[in-house]
Design a protein around this ligand. Structure first.
Ligand SMILES: [Zn+2]
Length: 76
C-alpha cells in the first residue's frame, strides 16, 4: 500500500486541505477534509485533488466564484 502524500495545508482551487479524513466505506487511497473559500467543507480523494477534478465544495458557479477570484489575484 503506497504511503499517502501529506496534503495538509495545500490549496487546490478554492479548497484548502485541513486534515486526513477516513470516510466510512472508503476503499483505497487517501481522503482529505477540505475547507472551501465559501466556508463549506468537503471530503475529497487525494487523486481528485491533484488531478484538479475537485476544486470546490460544489459551489462552483455560485456568486462566490467572483469573490474567490479576487482573493486569488490578491495573493499573487
Ligand atoms: Zn464552496
Amino acid at each position: 500500500m503506497p504511503k499517502a502524500i501529506d496534503e495538509t495545508g495545500n490549496r487546490y482551487g478554492k479548497l484548502t486541505v485541513i486534515k486526513r479524513a477516513y470516510p466510512k466505506g472508503h476503499r483505497s487511497g487517501a481522503y482529505w477534509l477540505c475547507e472551501c473559500e465559501c466556508g463549506g467543507r468537503v471530503i475529497v480523494q487525494g487523486g481528485n485533488l491533484r488531478a484538479g477534478n475537485t476544486t470546490s465544495c460544489g459551489c462552483k458557479g455560485a456568486p462566490t466564484t467572483v469573490w474567490g477570484k479576487l482573493k486569488a489575484e490578491k495573493q499573487v
